[in-house]
Write a protein that binds this ligand. Structure first.
Ligand SMILES: [Zn+2]
Ligand SMILES: [Zn+2]
Length: 272
């Protein structure tokens, strides 16, 4: 299994020089499993994944399963700029998310509707399929993907991808402190080899001014990793105002509690 981080920033892209070591593109993580492509979220990092796939596959068609945690901009804004959706009518994309707040297909098409974008989704030649997902387990040839609701305005799904011997968990945009969702995220993270988790804020920022905004902090990330027996914690969805040196200091502090912590950075790869 190979995990690649194409976008690690939360909320909005931040291409300032002081952020570029960790990266300015918003949420997008790719998992490759025996050649099969699974993608978690389509923030602006999704655009670069598209360019990479085109150079890898050239004229050959391919397919991918794409899981959307929710429809906030930082999780869907790369879709209009993902070239493999336009360039080959034989490409197939399977979008999975909830239709609880808005029908999945409409939620994605609407961001490209007049007057927000010059072409609508019908300009995309590739096959697009939309699958509603709530809390469930989806079985694929190579893995099972389980989803659970997290604590976020308008809802957000966390995902656990499990093979016979490896587990990676993608759980972002989650605020601690709710009995049901605290349990959900720990259930997803149980025994994970890699836990990718929302650590947008410093604990003190969260306490002072960010309660109710739907995000977590590194201290809670460490609590979840330790409580669920996750083997490695990857801090994710970095705050737009946290420059590289701030994220460095978060990692240093987090390692005082839990040694196997790192912060996600654009271009980072993990082999399992
Ligand atoms: Zn987000
Ligand atoms: Zn969000």
């Amino acid at each position: 299994m190979q995990i690649r981080f194409w976008g690690v920033r939360g909320s909005t892209p931040t291409p300032q020089p002081e952020n570029l070591r960790y990266g300015g593109n918003t949420s997008c993580v790719e998992v490759r499993l025996n050649g099969q492509i699974y993608v978690f979220d389509c923030g602006t990092g999704f655009r670069n994944l598209g360019k990479h796939l085109i150079s890898e596959f050239e004229e050959k068609p391919f397919f991918a399963h794409i899981f959307l945690s929710h429809f906030h901009w930082d999780h869907i804004q790369g879709i209009p700029f993902f070239l493999p959706l336009y360039n080959n009518p034989e490409n197939h994309f399977f979008f999975h998310s909830s239709s609880r707040t808005r029908k999945l297909q409409h939620a994605l098409e609407d961001q490209m509707s007049d007057p927000y974008f010059p072409v609508n989704m019908a300009a995309m030649q590739a096959h697009r399929n939309f699958y509603d997902m709530e809390e469930e387990k989806l079985a694929f040839d190579e893995c099972v993907i389980q989803s659970k609701w997290l604590n976020h305005p308008q809802g957000c799904l966390g995902f656990r991808l499990e093979t016979d011997d490896k587990v990676v968990v993608y759980a972002t945009d989650n605020e601690p402190g709710h009995e049901v969702f605290d349990k959900n995220v720990r259930k997803l993270a149980e025994g994970a080899d890699v836990l990718i988790y929302d650590s947008q804020y410093l604990p003190e920022e969260y306490e002072a001014q960010k309660r109710g905004w739907g995000h977590s902090h590194w201290r809670e990330a460490v609590n979840i990793a330790m409580g669920s027996g996750a083997k490695e914690l990857v801090l994710f969805h970095h705050d737009p105002d946290h420059a590289d040196n701030c994220i460095d200091s978060i990692v240093t502090k987090a390692r005082e509690y839990y040694p196997k912590v790192r912060a996600a950075s654009e271009g980072m790869e993990i082999q399992l």
